[in-house]
Design a protein around this ligand. Sequence first.
Ligand code: FAD
Length: 432
Amino acid sequence: MKHTYDAIVVGAGPAGSAAALTMARDGLKVALLERGNFPGEKNMFGGVLHRLTALEDVFPDFWDQAPWERHIVQKNLSFLTEGATFNVSYDSEEANTPPYNGYTIFRPKFDRWLASEAVKAGATLLTCSTVDDVIRENGKIVGVTLLRDNAELRAPVIIAADGVLSFVAKKAGLRRAKFKTSNQGVCIKALIDMPKEVIDDRFGLVREQGASREIVGCTAGVRGGTFLYTNYDSLSLGMVLELESLNEHGKTPYDLLNALMQQPQMAKLLKGGRLLEYSAHLVPKGGYEMMPELVGDGIMVAGDAAAFCIITGLNLEGINLAAQSGVLAGKTAIEAHQQNDFSKSSLSGYRKKLEDSFVLQDLKLYRRTPHMLHNNRIYSQYPELVCNVMDEIYRIDGKPKETMTKMLLSKVKETVGLKNMLSDVYSGWRAL
Ligand SMILES: Cc1cc2nc3c(=O)[nH]c(=O)nc-3n(C[C@H](O)[C@H](O)[C@H](O)COP(=O)(O)OP(=O)(O)OC[C@H]3O[C@@H](n4cnc5c(N)ncnc54)[C@H](O)[C@@H]3O)c2cc1C
């Protein structure tokens, strides 16, 4: 079976559907290939969806239509030890007017909806269609083969939007055959059912307001972090853990997540909730240094497949970068059709567009962050330091007090060490 299109997009995640939508709206004949039974079936994330300006430009009523759960008005950063929590909270009325700055969503709903918008624009969505390989002729990529029915699909331009492991980019020779385990995070998430009113009371929310919490600590020393997000009537609690560090510590993600759920302050937030499901996924955490080649003859790489993900510990951004890169790849494919030139040099306009956008500018800005987050002290000593200091500040027990400076210095010496702290502040300052 052979079919011919103007463009083939592999993967109906946010990057792929955004690319397909852009090209279909311009009249190109587009095939959007998805291995799942429906877009989103194979996908999970935290998750907070940040503003998708590229898609807001494509259809202005984007946020009226997109299926979201709650909009985030309250952002928290917590340091956790086995028995204590220190929480910094930011709550803003300004975040209470649409379009909001962040929305919790479920991927099976969101991805399905976004792909259906691409279909409405004219793209052909083929589900249960796993791409097995690329077709090469005279050194150029001219199509893909599917696992199903030995099918061959041909197009002068392919967009690899097949996620973090991107076999398409690998088969096209655009990324290294093996990943460094320090560049990959495994994420495990528990979805916890909880009545809306309980969530509202517990987190101090009204109407469709939501809260997000990024958490440092309680990972048994494994490099990684935790998130807790409010959905309409459920909570998403998850951990993003570096594969190399998990291996070094001989820990499993589910043991760490189960232990976290027992931590006293966490247990209070989860009390009465009912575990609905566990899910897991990889996340590219190597940032700019992990990026593959973005363009080849007849092919471009977008979204997680291109490692477009930013993890700072305060935010996790991926979908916004994926959608933006998908739109830019789609626009480049449209230009390539106008010029009837699908060579690497013609498609290199894609890289230029990414460089002019927040995608590559932000990835470059945060290129030192993965290295900074490789520091083991962040995951055990700093949460301990913060909670010990707060304990000392709030302890009034009839004993004479020290000056704040003296107390802080002695706690720093006890836990992290002064020299280490100065060096960590310096690398944090350079990385963020
Ligand atoms: C636990 C976790 C929490 C996260 N939290 C956030 C967050 O809060 N905010 C945020 O913005 N980002 C977050 N991210 C990152 C975000 O999920 C990704 O950056 C984003 O999904 C990338 O989109 P994509 O379209 O590039 O890839 P994906 O969403 O991975 O989509 C790829 C698609 O390709 C399909 N596919 C794969 N291989 C093939 C094949 N061979 N043939 C056909 N189809 C194929 C897959 O089934 C999938 O539908 C998180 C990620 C994880 C894992």
